[in-house]
Ligand binder design. Sequence first.
Ligand SMILES: *[C@@H]1O[C@H](CO)[C@@H](O)[C@H](O)[C@H]1NC(C)=O
Ligand SMILES: *[C@@H]1O[C@H](CO)[C@@H](O)[C@H](O)[C@H]1NC(C)=O
Ligand SMILES: *[C@@H]1O[C@H](CO)[C@@H](O)[C@H](O)[C@H]1NC(C)=O
Length: 493
Amino acid sequence: MMLATMALLLCLAGVGAARIQDPLQVPVWPETPPPSAPAYTPVGSLSAVGPDAYTTLTHPLFTRHSVRIKQTTDFCDTTVKLYTGYIDVDAKHLFFYFFESRNDPDKDDVLFWTNGGPGGSSQLGLYMELGPCRIVNATEGPKYHPESWNSNANVFFVDQPIGVGYSYAEHGITVGTTEEAADDIAAFIAIFFEHFSSFKGRSLHLAGESYGGRYIPLFAAAVHDQNALLVAAGGTPINLTSAIIGNGFTEPTAMFPSYHTMTCTPASLPPVLDISTCVRMKKAVPRCQKWFKAACVDQFDMISCRAANTFCETELLIPFLLTGGNAYDMSKSCEDLDALCYPVTKSIVEYLNRPDVLDALAVDPHVRGFAFVSWPVNSAFWQSGDELHTSVDHVEGLLERGVSVLIYVGTYDLGCNWVGNERWTLDMDWSGKDAFGRAPLRAWEVNGTVAGKTRSAAGLTFATVDAAGHMVPYDKPTQALALINRWLAKEPL
Ligand SMILES: *[C@@H]1O[C@H](CO)[C@@H](O)[C@H](O)[C@H]1NC(C)=O
Ligand SMILES: *[C@@H]1O[C@H](CO)[C@@H](O)[C@H](O)[C@H]1NC(C)=O
Ligand SMILES: *[C@@H]1O[C@H](CO)[C@@H](O)[C@H](O)[C@H]1NC(C)=O
């Protein structure tokens, strides 16, 4: 998420031929100025970063990247220190928050969070889902959120890629692929960990939701692969411990048949579509799978793949949307399509556009307003065909190298539902496949009450969260926090 289910965003963005663009269109990057041998002195301690002005972090290995960071006081959660700033990459500027842990900031793990979209702001995750404060009224502003994920972790929220939230670029540059976005995130993480010695070797978890199911596997792979460079340059490798995906869009091939299962069988709720629609959908499933496999998987052909994708969505996803149902939570109707079915997002957007808030967070004056989804970014990803690719191979690569993976899914979400996510976790080709397939799907509990089902083996954990929609920490904050705390503590769910 937020938002943003891929599926619904794609649908809102308009499924159809009108959106087919030149597949060879690639963004043109400005020339990088020659590096001017930057002096490298680690800042050492985060407490040396003050509230009055930005401290700038550079690193000789990343000549195009630097980080501006400052303390922000009396904001959102006064029980912890908050730092905000920008990751500067040439003309690109990515906004981030870093909240210290409420438990032991000097020892607790670090968790990076991004929302999806593509184009969704991670500030929706912060203020609506898992952050240290929540906003339900723009005038009243943030209220302390006891079930925040910084209970036992230091947490980053990053508005990425550029163009999203408070992030921006000069000269109208856009990022339209997850690979490009991953380069900036991996460099940022290295610069941050290299500068603050207390973070060296600290466990890092990369987490995301929805389109985060594509971002996170590629970001984590970039962080992992970058370690060789870091070590060669005399740095400390990033201790990448896990990748965490909530209601993710990771494997398109597994999602299409699941739309039929979710709407035409009692997989989570009684069937919502009528029999004749379901019969038509069922006939479309094998054709969709065959076409998608031929045009997108076996040999990628942009034009044909996009046509296959459009066919699959039209036949399998649109019938539910036509009922006026909420694709993020099938148990609810969609109250407000402009707010992607969650009216509270309007209060968050209004709050984040308040001039006093922009000042308090030292948002660059170049940023003219906050929107919870950037449609230009969404469209750039659409044009590049980023969402037509599987991210499962990256998940497999991480697992084979000892990086754990948690896939959790609220059971009422349709767009990025549990059926499709369970399917790809079982089908994935990796050395733990047999062990994972044999592992029982058992109930997990919070305080003696069943919270969902889980299956775990060889570093991979799959978990459902009962009666939660697309945004699990919004719908089920207690269960979501129990889940993340057990995961961070390396306890079984
Ligand atoms: C927000 O809070 C203000 C001040 O407490 C109140 O006057 C206003 O009615 C609230 N707005 C909404 C939409 O509830
Ligand atoms: C990585 O973090 C884990 C704790 O989560 C720790 O056990 C391990 O020693 C760390 N590895 C390195 C190389 O620092
Ligand atoms: C479980 O219940 C205990 C006692 O009522 C309470 O202190 C604790 O916070 C609860 N834990 C969760 C995760 O809800």
